[in-house]
Design a binder for this molecule. Structure first.
Ligand SMILES: NC(=O)c1ccc[n+]([C@@H]2O[C@H](COP(=O)([O-])OP(=O)(O)OC[C@H]3O[C@@H](n4cnc5c(N)ncnc54)[C@H](OP(=O)(O)O)[C@@H]3O)[C@@H](O)[C@H]2O)c1
Length: 341
């Protein structure tokens, strides 16, 4: 059983983890506690090729100062020699007495750290605040398990489920708070995807903006469809050159994005492309921004998603509901394999 002090340290480790870059590598945080339960060091993973969280924390202490300590880590210490040595070995050599972690490392090569620690006589406790850690690392876990990017499909809709008015105009269905939330989430993504229909209809900049300024991290803009990007399109002024895929093969696009290290993909529509992602079972998370307005007409948020009859409906689990100004955000995801029937 983890103590209250260890659980509080795990909360801190998760907060530290979230400071790390979101990309190819997991975000991990670590806190070292003295035998009396005081925090003696902490650290987090700063990105590929840099020390893992445990090593970052250990490096803040003089040699020998971690003897008898408890290491609290948001991901099971790795057992793998990559660009850095195995963290399990570093903890053993540092003389820690106990290791508390949140989430087991699913990696084929990196897992097994807990066993290695136990074999060295260290007390190990896993699963502490596992749900929180899983939520933080969900995109990383998905892309790692499936070998393709984690895909979030987002749309804004009227209360009656329309994404645009009958003439195709759709700016702005939701209010400024909801739009600010979208920009914050764009900044947490590696790539932002639209169909060529939206490119031509809306001329989106596809940047992540904090008011008038750009967020420091900008997703790479991606356009799928055969229509060429007009010369004067705003997306051509994006800090990253747009990636244009004149295809309808979404799996191939995702493969290429994955190979480029773009593992968090944010699909912003329009309805045709969003429907294609859902129909192909490639939407790992859905964000529906719902505005208290009615548009009627034919322009539904989703079109054909391969549901000819009610028994084929795509039921989702609600992950969160947030109120954003006068709008609602509903975050939902397909049930995991073990829960679906
Ligand atoms: N409310 C919202 O959240 C929201 C968001 C974005 C856009 N919108 C609105 O949506 C409208 C544009 O949406 P849209 O549905 O016309 O266009 P869209 O979804 O942006 O783009 C459709 C195009 O995507 C390409 N595509 C790539 N892969 C595909 C696949 N697997 N299946 C089908 N098409 C694929 C096709 O291009 P090719 O034909 O060249 O193959 C298709 O014509 C505008 O009115 C815009 O304002 C609303």
């Amino acid at each position: 059983m983890a103590s209250d002090v260890e659980i509080a340290a795990m909360r801190r480790a998760l907060e530290l983890a979230s400071r790390g870059p979101r990309s190819r590598n997991p975000q991990v945080g670590s806190v070292l506690l003295s035998p009396a339960g005081d925090v003696i060091a902490d650290g987090w993973h700063h990105g590929a090729g840099t020390p893992h969280a445990e090593i970052d924390a250990l490096s803040r202490l003089p040699r020998g100062a971690a003897r008898g300590a408890t290491a609290v880590v948001s991901l099971e210490p790795c057992n793998h020699t990559g660009r850095t040595g195995p963290c399990a070995v570093a903890l053993i050599e540092a003389g820690v007495a106990r290791v508390v972690y949140a989430l087991a490392d699913p990696g084929q090569h990196s897992g097994g750290g807990a066993e290695r620690l136990r074999a060295a006589g260290i007390e190990v406790e896993g699963g502490v605040l596992e749900g929180e850690a899983r939520e933080l690392l969900d995109p990383w876990l998905t892309s790692r398990a499936l070998g393709r990017p984690h895909v979030t499909v987002k749309w804004a809709q009227s209360l009656d489920g329309r994404a645009a008015a009958a003439d195709g105009t759709s700016k702005w269905i939701t209010g400024s708070t909801a739009r600010a939330d979208v920009h914050r989430r764009r900044a947490e993504s590696d790539a932002i995807v639209v169909g060529s229909g939206t490119l031509l209809a809306d001329d989106p900049a596809l940047t992540a903006r904090d008011g008038d300024a750009l967020f420091p991290h900008q997703p790479v803009p991606v356009i799928i469809g055969s229509a060429p990007v007009p010369e004067g399109a705003l997306v051509n002024r994006h800090p990253h050159a747009p990636l244009v895929y004149p295809t309808r093969d979404l799996a191939a696009v995702l493969d290429d994005l994955y190979d480029r290290g773009l593992h968090r993909v944010f699909v912003e529509g329009g309805p045709t492309l969003a429907s294609a992602f859902v129909a192909a079972g490639l939407a790992d998370r859905v964000l529906a921004y719902v505005a208290p307005t009615l548009l009627g007409g034919p322009r539904a948020a989703l079109g054909d998603i391969g549901v000819p009859t009610i028994s084929a409906q795509r039921r989702l689990d609600i992950e969160a509901i947030e109120r954003l100004g006068s709008d609602l955000l509903i975050v939902a995801r397909p049930p995991s394999e073990s829960e679906s029937h």
